[in-house]
Ligand binder design. Structure first.
Ligand SMILES: *[C@@H]1O[C@H](CO)[C@@H](O)[C@H](O)[C@H]1NC(C)=O
Ligand SMILES: *[C@@H]1O[C@H](CO)[C@@H](O)[C@H](O)[C@H]1NC(C)=O
Ligand SMILES: *[C@@H]1O[C@H](CO)[C@@H](O)[C@H](O)[C@H]1NC(C)=O
Ligand SMILES: *[C@@H]1O[C@H](CO)[C@@H](O)[C@H](O)[C@H]1NC(C)=O
Ligand SMILES: *[C@@H]1O[C@H](CO)[C@@H](O)[C@H](O)[C@H]1NC(C)=O
Ligand SMILES: *[C@@H]1O[C@H](CO)[C@@H](O)[C@H](O)[C@H]1NC(C)=O
Ligand SMILES: *[C@@H]1O[C@H](CO)[C@@H](O)[C@H](O)[C@H]1NC(C)=O
Ligand SMILES: *[C@@H]1O[C@H](CO)[C@@H](O)[C@H](O)[C@H]1NC(C)=O
Ligand SMILES: *[C@@H]1O[C@H](CO)[C@@H](O)[C@H](O)[C@H]1NC(C)=O
Length: 495
């Protein structure tokens, strides 16, 4: 680099760059302030960066009514998501499905160059619509649309990629999934039913265990085999199941306000507890008028892992000596994920409880066995099995291939459960890991020290003053952190 040969020229250039940088930043902020009232569309060249001083939502685009807005939404103190919000209630109705959440302090940029692109300086692009469009706009039904200027061709729309919410007249097809905010639950369509699925295990790409299955009742129209179904939330107050090519529903799940005239819009959401709920907007609040699961104990994990749900949703724990608290039955030795294969091979103790039943056993696979001993035995030596529930009267043996969740308390004491509780990884293994960790750590320290030493050596050769200045300069920007800046200096030295 030239700057190595001309240190004085270098700092002058740097000052100039800083001035330009600051000026540019003022310009972009100014532009942002001017256009922020209500941009109705984004055209090619649009760019906006996240402003860390905003505590909740940074709007970037509005629909014509102003009732919906696309922008950066704060999801926790450090992270944001690109979301469409129902403005009067601040309820998000859609979020971009990014593999990881962007952070506020490392400026996240939303830009439009034909594709709507979410990026930051560290990772580069982490979400994009991959389109070659001319404009982006938000419909008055909350649909985010990338279009050509002709106004006809829709290249991309958020309605095709729902998150956890469906709004009125949004089509939900067999190619889509609603996924709850915590990622545990999903809603999907089968050939003639709508299913809710729980993914308690971590492995595999399958949707997980089905816990609710609603088959089309076909009261008004029969299902024609081979034709896909789709689901629509109707303004009349029902979830209708249709088949492509017909406007007569094959199934109607009616809400409390069925065929009533509600003034506001409706939405359904797959909630973080696994329930599907319907709401309508009164103009000042959302009113609940539908729940797919009305009995709390029938939710897939109403009292958390190793919990016991007593009718009326009184939570206790499968294990008598643990008390159900705010964090459920948090058995301390239990990191509730994975299985008992590999590192956790046979590292469990057994917990038995009678008078328990699975909340959705009619949807679970079972094997008929002659005795409880056989049922337990089938689980004991199987490292993917977390437990079994056995019914002495029917001989049904239900196997849990996911971490133990909530069971339902029943009066029938012949229904018994056998559950594995994970115990810590063996001491020897811990020691081995600790040794490896320490080794890696000291190795890293050595390498770091080496790099620092090299950097220091080069700095001395060129005079330290210029670089202290440079660090200061880099550190001034509102988003930069000094640690990263120092690293950059070291990188410079190495070149
Ligand atoms: C838009 O920008 C992204 C990210 O920089 C890039 O991958 C993409 O090719 C660009 N698209 C067009 C049409 O220029
Ligand atoms: C939404 O826009 C459509 C036309 O684009 C219009 O017919 C409809 O009345 C609007 N809905 C509301 C609630 O404003
Ligand atoms: C988001 O993407 C992941 C991985 O591609 C997928 O498994 C998940 O279902 C998606 N979420 C939604 C809400 O579509
Ligand atoms: C939903 O599907 C129906 C029938 O296939 C179609 O007429 C309608 O335009 C679709 N609605 C949306 C918002 O895509
Ligand atoms: C529903 O409300 C609209 C406007 O408020 C009114 O015109 C219509 O007659 C009402 N329909 C029923 C069935 O009450
Ligand atoms: C926007 O919301 C207000 C208040 O709920 C409502 O009166 C109005 O009709 C809505 N406009 C549109 C276009 O949905
Ligand atoms: C746990 O409590 C239940 C009901 O209170 C009781 O039937 C059972 O015997 C207790 N189990 C143990 C191991 O104390
Ligand atoms: C289970 O059923 C067998 C016979 O079907 C009976 O002998 C046994 O006592 C029952 N055990 C319990 C705990 O009810
Ligand atoms: C082990 O358990 C899983 C369910 O957890 C089951 O699918 C599998 O068939 C079992 N394997 C054997 C050998 O029984």
């Amino acid at each position: 680099m030239d700057r190595h040969k001309h240190p004085h020229f270098n700092s002058a250039v740097h000052l100039l760059l800083l001035t330009i940088f600051t000026a540019l930043q003022t310009v972009t902020w100014g532009a942002h302030a001017i256009e922020s009232p209500s941009p109705k569309e984004l055209l090619i060249g649009f760019k906006a960066t996240s402003d860390p001083s905003i505590s909740s939502f940074q709007p970037l685009l509005f629909d014509e009514s102003g009732n919906y807005s696309l922008g950066f939404l704060r999801v926790d103190p450090t992270h944001l998501s690109l979301s469409v919000l129902h403005v009067p209630s601040s309820v998000p109705v859609w979020s971009a499905n990014t593999t990881r959440l962007p952070i506020w302090t490392d400026p996240t940029q939303l830009s439009f160059n034909g594709s709507l692109v979410l990026s930051d300086s560290h990772t580069g692009v982490f979400w994009s619509t991959d389109t070659i469009g001319d404009r982006v706009w938000l419909s008055n039904t909350s649909n985010l649309i990338v279009q050509k200027l002709d106004g006809e061709t829709v290249l991309w729309q958020s309605f095709d990629l729902p998150s956890d919410t469906l709004v009125e007249n949004q089509n939900f097809t067999t190619a889509m999934a609603l996924v709850s905010l915590n990622g545990l639950y999903s809603m999907r369509l089968g050939p003639d039913y709508v299913g809710l699925y729980a993914k308690f295990g971590t492995s595999g790409t399958d949707p997980g265990q089905i816990y609710l299955k609603h088959r089309a009742l076909e009261a008004k129209a029969d299902i024609v085999e081979g034709r896909p179904i789709y689901l629509v939330l109707k303004s009349d107050g029902y979830l209708g199941m249709f088949q492509t090519g017909s406007t007569i529903p094959v199934d109607v799940q009616s809400f409390n306000t069925f065929q009533q005239n509600v003034s506001g819009i409706r939405r359904v959401r797959l909630e973080p507890d696994g329930n599907l709920k319907g709401y309508y907007w009164t103009g000042s609040s959302w009113v609940l008028d539908y729940q797919a699961i009305s009995e709390p104990c029938e939710l897939p994990s109403s009292c958390g892992s190793y919990g016991l749900c007593n009718p009326g949703k009184e939570c206790s724990c499968l294990e008598n000596r643990t008390v159900h608290g705010s964090s459920g039955c948090g058995l301390p030795e239990n990191r509730v994920s994975g299985d008992f294969c590999g590192a956790y091979e046979n590292r469990f103790r057994v917990l038995r409880r009678s008078g328990v039943e699975l909340p959705f056993k009619e949807l679970m696979g079972y094997r008929k066995m002659a005795s409880i001993e056989m049922c337990e035995g089938a689980c004991e030596g199987n490292c993917t099995c977390w437990g079994v529930v056995y019914s002495n009267s029917s001989g049904f043996c239900y196997m849990l291939d996911y971490p133990v969740q909530t069971l339902v308390a029943v009066g029938d004491e012949t229904k018994t459960g056998y559950f594995k509780v994970r115990e810590g990884v063996g001491k020897k293994k811990v020691d081995a890991w600790l040794g490896l960790g320490l080794g890696l750590f000291f190795g890293a320290v050595l390498v770091f020290a080496g790099v620092l030493g090299l950097g220091w050596y080069k700095l001395r050769n060129r005079g330290v003053k210029g670089y202290v200045e440079e660090e200061g300069v880099v550190g001034i920007g509102p988003y930069k952190d000094l640690g990263a800046a120092s690293f950059r200096s070291i990188e410079l030295c190495e070149r």
